[in-house]
Structures are given as structure tokens and as C-alpha cells.
Design a binder for this molecule. Sequence first.
Ligand SMILES: Cc1cc2nc3c(=O)[nH]c(=O)nc-3n(C[C@H](O)[C@H](O)[C@H](O)COP(=O)(O)OP(=O)(O)OC[C@H]3O[C@@H](n4cnc5c(N)ncnc54)[C@H](O)[C@@H]3O)c2cc1C
Length: 358
Amino acid sequence: MIAIIGAGLGGLTLARILHVNGIEAVVYEAESSLTARTQGGMLDIHEESGQAALKAAGLYDDFLRIIMPGGESMKVYDQHGVLRLSHDHEGSGRPEVHRRDLRGLLLGGLPDGTIRWGAKVVETSADRKVRLADGSTFTADLLIGADGAWSKVRPLVSDAIPAYLGLSFAELNLLDPETRHQDSADLIGGGMMMALGAGRGLLAHREPDRLHVYAAVQVDEPWTAITKDDLLAGFDGWDDRLLRLVRESDTEPFPRAIHALPIGHQWKRIPGVTLLGDAAHLMSPFAGEGANLAMQDAAELAAALIAQPDDAEAALATYESALFPRAEAAAAESAANLEISFAPDAPAGILAFFAALG
Ligand SMILES: Cc1cc2nc3c(=O)[nH]c(=O)nc-3n(C[C@H](O)[C@H](O)[C@H](O)COP(=O)(O)OP(=O)(O)OC[C@H]3O[C@@H](n4cnc5c(N)ncnc54)[C@H](O)[C@@H]3O)c2cc1C
């Protein structure tokens, strides 16, 4: 039995590609349903990774129907509210899609019963025995950790633990923007907006029914709770139009501390066990690659298992030999982008980065 732990984008992509190639797997997911948690966040899906995986999953045409028109546009401001870059990236090959819609698309392509909802893994052991929170156990022939940052499968292959990167986000939402937050909607535009200054940033996306904002601040201790007033105090001196994204949020700030695994995280081959996505290479979101890599990992792991159906060990070795250098390069890019995004002269570094990309 192939057990995939985690029904995020990585786990679902793997299950779907295996399914269309006649290989069934069971996905164990801690949450009780797809809608148990808000699925905030637009994701730009890259041609060479996320989109290629959707093609392998036979879902590319359906994907084209859920992309957000105009979502590729980008605006960069400085902390004084001066617009420093405005780009309509239409046709960039990186269309934006809502995470909830993408997960829904992948889920819809799986036979009933593939996902075991509410199945939280609490322990795994080297013989691939898995214990769930309800006390039940099972043993997998092949155990795949697609269970994100705090993977319960990772300890079977590696001692690495994600480290806090000294950056905390607070998630905010301005609902019903056309009627209630028109000025903020204009500030953000149809896609993504970044406002950057030394050690701080406001990162926002236009979503179909809301403006989704992350207030990001470099702080030594990870935020576990934060109020709007504390947030506003941290952005003292910023342009008032930008601060309205915090002040006028319709939801209280929800903290998210940013962690990463070491750049170049890898492991020795352990029989019948592997990782994909954030479980394998958690990185900060500043390369915009995490979801794309999770889907690419899934597609490459599926391809290796399909190509070598009678030799899972060889398939896992093939998969991991490409995974490690790919993940290392993306993690290094992510770390470099984080540094320039919050440098004392921000947004200069990120403007130079985009200029170099042309
Ligand atoms: C603020 C922010 C913004 C981001 N923006 C982008 C972006 O623009 N573009 C991009 O490409 N990436 C982005 N990312 C990164 C992206 O979200 C992740 O890299 C991606 O979701 C990883 O997918 P995954 O399937 O590996 O893991 P996840 O999406 O984390 O899915 C893991 C699944 O496993 C389940 N699970 C966890 N533990 C257990 C357990 N013990 N038992 C059973 N199930 C379990 C979870 O409930 C979850 O459903 C961003 C991340 C953050 C934090």
C-alpha cells in the first residue's frame, strides 16, 4: 500500500498522477475536510513546474478555467507610498490561482475514499508503521511524507528541524473591496503588491472576494499573537494609504512565523520512505516556489514510480537525485530574496532583481 501523508498540493498532485496511471494510493490528512481551514492565498503557477505537473495530472485545461484574470500584474511601492514599479505581467507564463480552487481541482480528480480526512499522524517508525491520533495504526509498503513544515515522516530520514528566520507575518483581510475598500483595491491593483522598507513589508494580493494582506516584520521572537495597534506601531512613519491595509482589515491579524529547513537539506536513502514539498525543503515564500516545487516533486516522484513499478527503491533514488539540487537552488534564491526584500535600502534590491529579469 502506498500511503501519502498530507493532502496539500504536493500530496494531492502525487495521488492524482498515480491514479491516472493506474496506481492507487491512500492519502491521510489531519484536517477534517477541504474547507476545515481557510485556504488563503493566491499562488502563481509556473510553466516549468506547477503547470507541468497539472499536465501530467490531466488537469491543465481545467486549471485554465480557474486562473484569475489580471492576477499576474505587480506593483512595488516604497514605505512612503511612492509607486516604484508597475507591471502588467499578462502572458508571463505564471498565472495566479486561488489555493482553495487548485486543491479542489486536484481533489475532484480522485476517486471517492482516496482521502482519509481527520487522520492525523502522530508517530512513524522505521518499519513504516504509522500511528494516528485516534490510536489506530497501519503499515505502508511505501510511506511518502507530504505533510508540510512540521512533517511527522521527516524524522525517519533526517534530524533537521525548521528554524525561525527572524521574520513574522500577520495575515489580514479586507472584505468586499469594490464596495468597502475601493482605494485599497486601487492601490493593490489586479494582482500582487509589495511595499517594502527597512525590515518591514506589506505584501498583498487581489483575491476574487477580498484583499489579502500580509504585514511582515523582522522580529527576533516569532509572533504567536499580535494586535492591529501593535502592528501599526511597528509601521510608524509609513504612508497612510499603506497603513489602511492594516487599520481597515475586517479580520484580526493572524500570526504566521516564517521558518525554513537548512538550505541543501537532504538525507540518505531509507527503504520505502521519502518526502516531498515543504516536508523536504521548507523555505521562505520569497522565491514564490514552494507550492510549485511541491507539485513538481509530486510529478517527478510519480514519474519515477510509474517508470520502475517493480523497483521502488530505484524509483526513490532517481527521484531524490534530482530533488536535492533543485530544492537547494530554490532555497538559496528564497533566502537571497528575503534578505534584499528587508534590507536597509529596500525596495532597491527587489527593484534591481526585477530589472535584471527584464
Ligand atoms: C505566507 C506564505 C505565502 C506563500 N506564497 C507562496 C506563493 O506565492 N507561491 C508558492 O509557490 N508558494 C507559496 N508559499 C509556499 C507554499 O504555501 C508551500 O510551499 C506549499 O503549500 C507546500 O505544499 P505541501 O503540499 O508540501 O505542504 P502543505 O501545503 O503544508 O500541505 C501539507 C498537508 O499535510 C497536512 N498535515 C500536516 N501534518 C499532518 C499530520 N501529522 N498528519 C496528517 N496530515 C498532516 C496538512 O494539514 C496539509 O493539508 C507560501 C507560504 C506561506 C507561508
